[in-house]
Structures are given as C-alpha cells and as structure tokens.
Design a protein around this ligand. Structure first.
Ligand code: NI
Length: 227
C-alpha cells in the first residue's frame, strides 16, 4: 500500500506543470533601488554565457527576441523562461515597422508570439519596435496582439561601441532608479563585460529585475507605451 502510495505520489508530481523558476522572494521596487537590464535581437551565440552570468549573480533580465532567432536557438529561449527572465517580442525579422502595411506588421508580431509561446507556454505581453521606430499605428496593432510597447530610459549603443570598457561606462552613466537599459546580447563585448558590470551595479545598490518587476504590481496594458 505504502509503495503504491509513493508511486502514485510520484506520478502526480510528474504530471504537475514545471513551475516558473521565480521561487526567490520578489523584489519590491517601491522599497529598493531597481534597474532593468534589457537585451535585444537574440538569442545569439553568446546568450548562454550571459544566462550563466545572470544566474550566478541572481540577476533577472528582459529579453526582446527576434522570431527567426527563436527558431534557431529554441533551447536558450526555454532556459530564459525557466530561469525567471522575462521575454518580449522584437518582431520576426527586425524591419522598421512604420514602413510596413498593417498585415505585415501583424504578421511580424504574431509569428514571433507563436514561436515564443509554443516554447515557453507563455505569450509575451510586451514588444519593442526595431530601431525604436514606431508610431500610433504600430502601437495600436501591437495592442491588438495583446502587447504593450516597451522602450527604454537609456541606450548604450553597445552595437556601435564594441568595447567592453566603453559599454560598461555607458551603462553606469545611464543607470538610474527604475531605469530601463537597452543592450544587445548579440554583441560579444556586452556579454563579456557583464560579470564586472553587474558587480559594479550591485555595489551601487541596484537590484537587477525584469521590466514587469519594475512596474511594482501594475500590469502592462496592451496598446500603451512604457516607460
Ligand atoms: Ni533590435
């Protein structure tokens, strides 16, 4: 009977869906100094290294993924979700959205939503327009797909700098309480400088959180822009 009970308990546990890895107590950004690091255009070849750095430092980040890169590196997308990072939509192929027809914009967003949700079981609630190029039409069409538009408070231009020291000092200069910092995990130097950068940010009192955690319990409304 006992053995049967144990087997049954094991079977029930096996049937439970995998819980998101946010077992750690939630950071309250109303009480502590928070900063959201965000990474666009991935997942790329170095994204696994970045995830290991974040894990080692108990830091959370937000990734705005390109659908065609999701297709290339599905295991990294699953790992992001499993390790408690937030995933947003950065279109399938990175076009400048205001130049497209409505149906093309919707297609870029929807195909990416489907690729991400089929891997993670969760449909992104935020998107970031490539190059930051957007307008009311883009924002509303994304709203129809259930997403808010997330921009940034500071952009590092890491893709142009391509230098660890310069990227680090750009982030430290741009960092501020409740800030949203734009970087790219497809830039190798950004991934390489992250261990020392995170160490310095923590020394300055920052808690590194997802964009949703920055919202202090408020929910992103589809069709709106943040921050
Ligand atoms: Ni981009």
């Amino acid at each position: 009977m006992l053995v049967r009970g144990l087997v049954l308990a094991g079977a029930i546990v096996a049937l439970l869906p995998a819980l998101p890895a946010q077992a750690a107590p939630k950071v309250d950004c109303a009480k502590v100094k928070c900063l959201a690091l965000t990474f666009d255009d991935g997942p790329g070849p170095a994204t696994g290294t970045l995830l290991s750095t974040l894990e080692k430092n108990k830091a959370k980040a937000t990734f705005f993924l390109m659908g065609k890169h999701v297709d290339l590196r599905p295991a990294l997308v699953k790992r992001m979700a499993r390790e408690g990072h937030e995933i947003g939509n950065h279109t399938w192929s990175h076009p400048s959205l205001p130049t497209l027809f409505d149906e093309e914009i919707t297609q870029e967003l929807r195909a990416t939503q489907e690729a991400i949700s089929s891997l993670t079981g969760r449909t992104p609630r935020m998107f970031r327009p490539p190059y930051g190029n957007t307008d009311d039409r883009v924002r509303e069409l994304a709203g129809d797909e259930g997403m808010a538009q997330v921009l940034w408070t500071g952009t590092t231009l890491d893709w142009k700098l391509r230098d660890q020291k310069k990227i680090k000092s750009a982030v430290l200069r741009l960092a501020k309480r409740d800030g949203v910092i734009l970087m790219h995990d497809v830039v190798p130097q950004t991934v390489q400088v992250m261990p020392s950068l995170i160490k310095e940010l923590k020394k300055r009192g920052y808690h590194l959180v997802t964009v949703s955690t920055l919202l202090k319990g408020r929910k992103l409304t589809p069709g709106t822009t943040y921050p």
